[in-house]
Design a protein around this ligand. Structure first.
Ligand SMILES: *Cc1c(COP(=O)(O)O)cnc(C)c1O
Length: 360
């Protein structure tokens, strides 16, 4: 009998969505923030064509993909690293920069993977308070301790859906100690790009990383492609702990094709925002409040943990799967992806029925 290292053995497994439906078959999921649109048509073609060369290893330097990302966002391609999803980049950043004397700090309702990544690195995880489910630069700055090594900020946040203006992110960087790495996770950045100017230039500070992904707005969650813009020195070290062939050739091809169809992605974002705001309106008439969302999901405030559990069970028995948020310190909330129209309407109808049942 042998055992994992103590800090790993003590970790809770990462809580993935439970997608089981009432008859234990997977139900259509509103639990994982996947796009309701398929990948753009060009991505399907590109993947098929690339399969012909699948006997070969992929380009380990993501050369073409990086050039396209760089051109699209006006950044230097030498500053970009790609990951098997942005999760891989988050994990590797924690491996390289967090540890026993380098604690991780994040907002209180942060993306739960930040905590897992900290724990896997034997780093303490500290949380800074939020108000109204919104992160605050001041609260993060106040929560910094002498041994803080990294700050992780998802903006917009998941599961909150809220965001802080990018000026506030710049102020956070400006007022943070220089030896602290700031990781700005913009997994939902494309849904908020019309709101203010991008922050990719912040990598030039030498201690800031900005992450994005093809999983959400580009509808390629199954391909596992994330990327980030890194200060050069940091990129060199993170690269050392990445899987050297981390993004498959077909995934790189799909991501390149997705970048070429900018209009398709913009339409996804516009349709998502329209459906999201309609859904939030309907929920409000049912008395269910949601923080204002800049993403492809809504955080439903059910007021108590018991009500959240009861609503979740009712939804699941009707075939709709939403995600509980206990891991993000929001046990009274459920997160609902702006999924396919039918599933979304059906989930809202089920909530209406549930409310009727609660108040006979
Ligand atoms: C979905 C999500 C990710 C993970 O994205 P992948 O690129 O699919 O690994 C990272 N951060 C946040 C905040 C997310 O919501």
């Amino acid at each position: 009998m042998t055992r994992a290292r103590q800090h790993v053995a003590a970790m809770a497994p990462y809580a993935l969505a439970d997608l089981g439906g009432p008859d234990s078959r997977p139900a259509p999921s509103l639990a994982q923030n996947e796009s309701f649109r398929p990948p753009c048509p060009g991505a399907l073609e590109a993947v098929l064509a690339t399969m012909a060369d699948a006997a070969l290893y992929p380009d380990p330097d993501w050369t073409e993909l990086r050039s396209m990302i760089a051109a699209h966002h006006g950044i230097d391609r030498d500053w970009i690293l790609c990951g098997s999803g942005s999760l891989e980049l988050i994990g590797c950043l924690a491996r390289a920069f967090a540890g026993p004397h380098r604690a991780v700090l994040a907002p209180e309702h942060a993306y739960p993977y930040f905590r897992s990544a900290a724990q896997a690195s034997e780093a303490r995880f500290d949380a800074a308070p939020e108000s109204d489910c919104t992160a605050s630069a001041d609260a993060l700055l106040e929560a910094v301790r002498p041994d803080t090594g990294c700050v992780f900020l998802a903006n917009p946040g998941n599961p909150t859906g809220t965001r802080i203006p990018r000026d506030e992110v710049r102020r956070l960087r400006n007022d943070l100690r220089e030896d602290i790495l700031l990781v700005i996770d913009e997994a939902y950045g494309e849904f908020a790009d019309h709101l203010d100017a991008p922050v990719f230039d912040m990598a030039e500070t030498g201690n800031t990383v900005i992450l994005r992904t093809f999983s959400k707005a580009y509808g390629l969650a199954g391909c596992r492609v994330g990327w980030g813009t890194f200060p050069k020195g940091i990129a060199v070290d993170v690269r050392k702990v990445l899987n050297p062939n981390n993004v498959s050739a077909i995934s790189q091809a799909a991501a390149r094709a997705a970048l070429q169809d900018h209009a398709y992605m913009r339409k996804t974002c516009a349709q998502t925002a329209e459906r999201r705001d309609q859904a939030a309106g309907k929920l409000a008439t049912l008395g269910i409040r949601c923080p204002s969302s800049c993403t492809n999901f809504l955080l439903l405030d059910l007021e108590t943990q018991d009500r959240a559990r009861s609503a979740e069970a009712r939804l699941r028995s009707g075939g709709a799967v939403l995600r509980r948020q206990d891991a993000a310190g929001l046990p009274h909330c459920l997160r609902m992806t702006i999924g396919p129209e039918r599933e979304l309407d059906s989930a809202i109808c089920l909530l209406e029925t549930w409310i009727g049942e609660c108040m006979p």
